[in-house]
Design a protein around this ligand. Sequence first.
Ligand code: AHG
Ligand code: MN
Ligand code: MN
Length: 330
Amino acid sequence: MAAAENSRIALPVGTNLDRFIMKNQEAFPYATGELSQLLRDLAYAGKVVNREINMAGLADITGAYGGQNVQGEEQQNLDVAANIRFSRALQKGGEVAAVISEEEEEMIHLNRNGGYVIAIDPLDGSSNIDVNVSIGTIFSIYRRKTEVGTESTMEDVLQPGNAQVAAGYILYGSSTMFVYTTGAGVNGFTYEPSLGEYILSHQDMKIPETGSIYSVNEGSYHSFQPEVKEYIEKCRERGYSARYIGSLVADFHRNLLKGGIYIYPATAKAPEGKLRLMYECNCLAFIVEQAGGKATDGKGRIMDIVPTELHQRVPFFVGSKEMVEEASGL
Ligand code: AHG
Ligand code: MN
Ligand code: MN
């Protein structure tokens, strides 16, 4: 972690995101401002995507509004649309050398003079769009390994989570939030649509050490490994609440605030787990650790996994420290 971004400046609730990022950068005289700009670019693209998501239901009921099939196609393709919004914002910004995205098979080369690479899930929980349920965006930021000015390589994008310089998510929920870390704690900003600003609402977020919420798709229970089944049995015996939205970001966010555990284990359908290491798990692992929680794949720390593939899947146990330790035996 470079000290330049590893600041911990206490700013009051109500501070807007741009000011928060700027003040944190000012604390380090040698910071170039590239990372700050990059975070602002992502936050801006999030506003555009938020606007489109808010229109999703309307576009659906006004079939005549923009043509017959187009509305339907738009909506099915909102994850592709989100991918375009984020890619454009990153391209314009110029700080990013390469992107890996859930929506792109290969890495995308952007600006060879950019110092950073990004892994992104532009729209997480996309099956929830057309039923008006919370969805999100997840991103990880790394400093590139290869020399600035050259075309980035796989070495730049296949870095372990412990090399992240920043990570965050945008939750499009009952309100929209931008939550991020640069390795100096986690801060959450709520979007105020009439101002068009994200406002600091959740300072230095900490996840409770333990909790009584477990989030897992119990429909696949029969194919879980015995240890996972055992843990779920314990949750049931203790009368914990089962809460599963089916949007990782939303389930994660609730557990971050209230204390709880999210599990996506290996299943018969997804023997390696379903979630992707590079643009789902690493990011949330960084955030949860910064908030005092834990993230494992059932064998070890998520952020220490050395990735071998862009779209690598891993089992995922994330949330309150004590719960993750008990569930994953670590
Ligand atoms: P995405 O929409 O980006 O493909 O991610 C969906 C993920 C995650 O958000 C969610 O927790 C999980 O898939 C739900 O999967 P199941 O329906 O198998 O439970
Ligand atoms: Mn996802
Ligand atoms: Mn997605």
